[in-house]
Design a protein around this ligand. Structure first.
Ligand code: ADP
Ligand code: MG
Length: 994
């Protein structure tokens, strides 16, 4: 009821919004009617005219009606024109419908246009893309795969070209210069991953403006926006490299955990058998009371099994009975009540460990700990850190000793936490992750199967050690932990755009998330022709087997009539089962698993032909239009069968939307069984009782609108749960995001700024000021200042040879000034021996090297922090708050280290050894003392070797520093004078070995 009211209100808000937009559509059409009188060149001249008006300050909104009319008119002129799209001949036949103009306005306004499948969203996007590209800034269209990016840019490209704009397309295998060309176009098509990775490479890795490929983030339209901003948003984009750290812990614990799991399996089998005996024997009891006791006891035992081994085969079999599920539910409810805490604990303690399937958690019991380590079960108990630290405080130890003890406690805590974490991950791997469902093993590798699309995701890894745990379980090589080199979440990538818009057939159910996370409003655009699809009620079966049989029966019946069928599955596994069953009936069919986008698009495009049967996981062929073949409308159009309800209603709507496009006939029906995961985990109790009310017997099917509703309630609950997980991930990433903004901003200033030296001197100033403040402590008398320490640092970092007398009888401020002046003069002396451009390149490198090295180290530490932080919950602390605080401290430390390193390296780098030696020769007072020698200085080594710089040291140093320095030094012709200033030709001097 409440929902119905809500819908009414929302619905009418949608109406109101649309009502405001219709007059614009009429206006566009009026203008377009006028344009029909123009010659081709006159229409084409509009582009230049609009660009000029925009450059003169006219807002894009003001140009919208004319720009949209121009695109529409261009489409009209192109009708009948032929070209090839992805290798297939194509003939243009589209002029935007009014609802498409409407959709275009919604997109221009930076919103999400919900437009059903087949409404022509590809064409809709061209309107706002053209308009926004007139600004001269690069606009992006984001697709779900490379094939669609290429298809759509070729398909729509002719409109842009006709109007004098350029279009580019990013593909996975392109090299940076090619990418740069694509971004240089007015409009660029590509996938979210390519756009995101290019951003990371540009901002986190490129070392010069010339190697950056993107031209900013002005406007993007995301096609299939729900798939990208919601489904894909669950895993961040990561560029990684092998890490220096390895984890052998999983291999070490695996045999023990395998034993433990075996023991638990045996235990659970016993328990479940006992429960079954109780149930079987209950009818022998004459007293009702005793019967009930037996049932209660059985319920408890089954619940215990569920705690210990949720996927126990016998248990799952018994749970097919709604009555049994009710027993378990009521046992659970009873045990979760406060009054039975002790009982629940006893139940758990009889097990070796407990598994929470919904939360994907595993927990060792005392019994399990003893099993793993009979001599020291405490090895698997998280120590109470808070109490331990309090106890330590109470001891009243001296500060130094206390600090030491504190570290010991912390270390023991960390070690133990890690061990427990590893064991828990192994338990999850053994008990919750099934081979060929959650993952497959191929070529000695564990490859994740995407739960949404059923496709394999090579290269992606579960985080937090889970992947290694599964690898250990399967006995394949446990891969080295990889280290993040650069990372961003999809959410934060898309937040970079000044204006973001999206389109999809299914956004409404996720409107709250779009609004909340991306500030995107959803507007539902009406279809061009009324939709006449007939959606049947779900049919519910007790078992999967019965369900599949019914599906095959329906396929056979409809196939006989010649009606085409599209069968959607939620996993590769299910699509293969159905395919095997269909083979027995010898009905020809196609199976698609979202692996080969182009091929699949071509197969799906034919799914509307007479008698075609297509089985597809829900992402396969998405974005491809299914047109009906001749005669098909007469047999009811395309019929869609859902073989399982998905976790998210959206995905089900998406599947239904594959048929009945543009007013075609079509129908859909979902099949559900109580063994489906969704039902098992989230809907069993409610459905069970409805089924009982409706009176369901063995082998029967049920169909009732109550069932639809409670299934949807279950879906809604899962959706909310998943949303909260994504939100949580994002809260964590927000911390990183701010840091990334600072670092990338800094990098870009250095790369793009014309005066890196100024930035360096700002840093030196900061560092010097901090050091002076450190040693010449405010509030202390000048006699107490640690001038020697200051001197040691200054003379180590800079070739300025200060003496104690220089510093005495001066204020802190004067000391600071003196050091800075001297450093500045020394630097000028150094600069005199360098070519200006070469020096700039060096200066940039000094900053980038320090920043990149320490930032990557920081990313590694942040990974570690993030992985370990959930353990803090054991110590009753909020992981997010802890994470934020520690991340902040770590970041501050990192930035201060970066600055320190930059200051220290300023005088230790040169474009060539000769320039460096020249500089040394001309600085009589510097760099000849015991603190520094040429070799070490040149290499930028932090702790220079003692003694004179032997030639091997120098050679080492060149090897050390050679590559990075050469990398960005401007190219010098072999016959040009050497930039080191030696006066010799480059090939005879520093370029000798180049
Ligand atoms: P969507 O992405 O909304 O599912 P597509 O962009 O794939 O839809 O287009 C679906 C089909 O509709 C395509 O075959 C396209 O040629 C056709 N189409 C789109 N707009 C028009 C139009 N204005 N006139 C005629 N056909 C159109
Ligand atoms: Mg599309």
């Amino acid at each position: 009821m409440f929902n119905w009211i809500l819908k009414k209100i929302l619905g009418s808000k949608n109406q109101r919004e649309l009502k405001k937009l219709w007059p614009h559509v009429r206006h566009i059409n009026e203008i377009e009617a006028e344009y029909q009188k123009l010659g081709d060149e006159q229409l084409q001249a509009k582009t230049a005219e609009f660009k000029k008006r925009i450059a003169d300050g006219e807002p894009l909104d003001g140009i919208l009606p004319e720009a949209f009319a121009t695109v529409k008119n261009a489409c009209r002129r192109m009708v009948g024109k032929e070209w090839s799209v992805r290798g297939h001949p194509y003939k243009w036949d589209m002029i935007p419908f009014d609802v498409q103009l409407l959709g275009g306005i919604v997109l221009h306004k930076g919103r999400i246009a919900e437009m059903a499948t087949g409404e022509g969203k590809t064409l809709v996007a061209t309107l706002p893309l053209y308009l926004n590209a007139l600004s001269g800034k690069n606009v992006h269209l984001v697709t779900v795969n490379d094939y669609l990016a290429a298809r759509d840019s070729e398909w729509m490209g002719e409109i842009y070209k006709f109007l004098g704009l350029t279009v580019g397309c990013i593909q996975h295998d392109q090299i940076p210069p090619v990418r740069r060309q694509q971004y240089a176009c007015d409009i660029t098509y590509g996938t979210n991953a390519e756009f995101g990775f290019d951003y990371l490479r540009d901002n986190g890795m490129a070392t010069s403006a010339e190697t950056q490929v993107q031209r900013g983030h002005f406007y993007a339209i995301v096609d299939e926006v729900d798939s990208i901003l919601i489904d894909e948003a669950r895993t961040p984009l990561i560029i990684s490299g092998p890490s220096t750290v390895t984890t052998q812990a999983f291999d070490r614990y695996k045999p023990q955990v395998a034993e433990l799991v075996r023991a638990q399996t045996m235990l659970c089998n016993r328990v479940v058998t006992q429960a079954k005996q109780l149930l079987d024997g209950r009818n022998g009891e004459t007293e009702t009371g005793k019967q009930l006791d037996r049932e209660d006891e059985a319920g408890r035992l089954l619940y215990q099994t569920k705690l210990g081994m949720p996927k126990n085969k016998q248990l799952l079999k018994l749970m097919e009975e709604p009555e049994v599920r009710k027993l378990i539910d009521s046992a659970e409810l009873g045990l979760l009540a406060d009054s039975s805490k002790k009982e629940l604990l006893e139940l758990k303690e009889q097990l070796f460990f407990t598994i929470d399937e919904k939360q994907h958690d595993a927990d060792l019991t005392e019994k399990g700990r003893k099993f793993l380590n009979p001599n020291d079960p405490d090895a698997f108990v998280i120590p109470d850190l808070v109490t331990a630290l309090q106890d330590l405080d109470a001891l009243g130890l001296a500060e130094g000793e206390k600090e030491q003890r504190r570290e010991q406690i912390q270390q023991a805590f960390d070690e133990r936490s890690e061990r427990i974490h590893n064991i828990a991950q192994l338990l999850r791997a053994f008990c919750l992750y099934e081979k060929d469902v959650e993952y497959v093993v191929q070529d000695n590798k564990v490859i994740i199967v995407d739960e949404f699309t059923g496709r394999l995701m090579p290269g992606r890894r579960w985080s937090d050690g889970l992947h290694q745990a599964v690898e250990a379980k399967e006995g394949v090589a446990v891969e080295r932990e990889t280290q993040t080199l650069a990372t961003i979440t999809i959410q934060n990538y898309f937040r970079l755009y000044e204006k973001l818009a999206g389109m999809t057939g299914t956004a409404e159910t996720e409107a709250a998330e779009f609004e909340n996370i991306y500030k995107l409003q959803v507007l539902v655009v009406p279809t061009n022709k009324p939709c006449v699809r007939a959606d049947a009620n779900d049919v519910v079966y007790k078992t999967r087997r019965e369900k599949y049989n019914a599906i095959i029966k329906e396929i056979e019946e409809r196939h006989r009539k010649g009606q085409p069928l599209l069968v959607g599955t939620v996993s590769v596994d299910a699509s293969e089962v159905l395919s095997r069953m269909l083979k027995r009936t010898s009905i020809p069919h196609n199976v698609l698993n979202a692996k080969y986008h182009q091929q699949e698009a071509e197969i799906v495009a034919r799914a509307g032909q007479r008698s075609a049967v297509t089985i597809a996981t829900n992402m396969a062929g998405r974005g491809t239009d299914i047109k009906l073949g001749p005669g098909v409308p007469d047999v009811g159009g395309l019929h869609v069968i859902g073989s399982e309800r998905h976790e998210a209603r959206r995905i089900d709507r998406q599947l239904r939307g594959r048929c009945a496009r543009q007013g075609d006939p079509g129908s859909s029906r979902f099949y559900v069984s109580l063994e489906d995961d969704l039902m098992r985990l989230f809907a069993s109790g409610r459905i069970g009782s409805i089924m009982e009310k409706l009176g369901m017997k063995e082998g029967e099917q049920l169909e009732h609108k109550w069932l639809n509703r409670s299934i949807e309630t279950a879906q809604r609950r899962v959706e909310e749960h998943n949303f909260s997980i994504r939100k949580r991930t994002l809260e964590f990433d927000d911390v990183m995001n701010k840091q990334r903004e600072v670092v990338y901003g800094f990098r870009n200033d250095i790369i793009n700024g014309d005066n890196p030296r100024e930035a360096i001197f700002d840093i030196i100033e900061e560092v010097v000021e901090a050091r002076v403040a450190e040693f010449c402590t405010e509030g202390k008398l000048p006699e107490e200042w640690d001038l020697n320490a200051l001197l040691k640092w200054v003379n180590f970092a800079f070739p300025i040879r200060l003496s104690r007398e220089d510093l005495e009888h001066k204020s802190a401020n004067e000391i600071r000034q003196l050091i800075l002046d001297k450093v500045r003069r020394a630097y000028e002396a150094k600069a005199a021996h360098e070519q200006l451009d070469a020096l700039k390149a060096i200066e940039r490198l000094i900053v980038l090297n320090a920043l990149d090295r320490l930032w990557q180290e920081h990313l590694y530490n942040m990974d570690q922090l993030r992985n370990g932080i959930s353990l803090r919950a054991y110590a009753q602390r909020d992981p997010l708050i802890e994470y934020k605080a520690e991340a902040f401290t770590m970041f501050e430390e990192m930035m201060s280290n970066v600055k320190g390193e930059i200051a220290a390296n300023v005088f230790r780098s040169a474009s060539s050894l000769a320039a460096f030696e020249n500089f040394l020769r001309n600085l009589p007072t510097a760099f000849s003392g015991p603190d520094l020698d040429a070799g070490a200085a040149f290499s930028g080594t932090k702790t220079p070797p003692q003694g004179s710089g032997g030639s091997d040291v120098v050679d080492e140093a060149i090897k050390d520093v050679g590559t990075p320095v050469r990398r960005d030094t401007p190219k010098v012709g072999r016959n040009e004078p050497c930039p080191c200033g030696s006066g010799k030709k480059y090939k005879n001097c520093c370029g000798k070995n180049a």
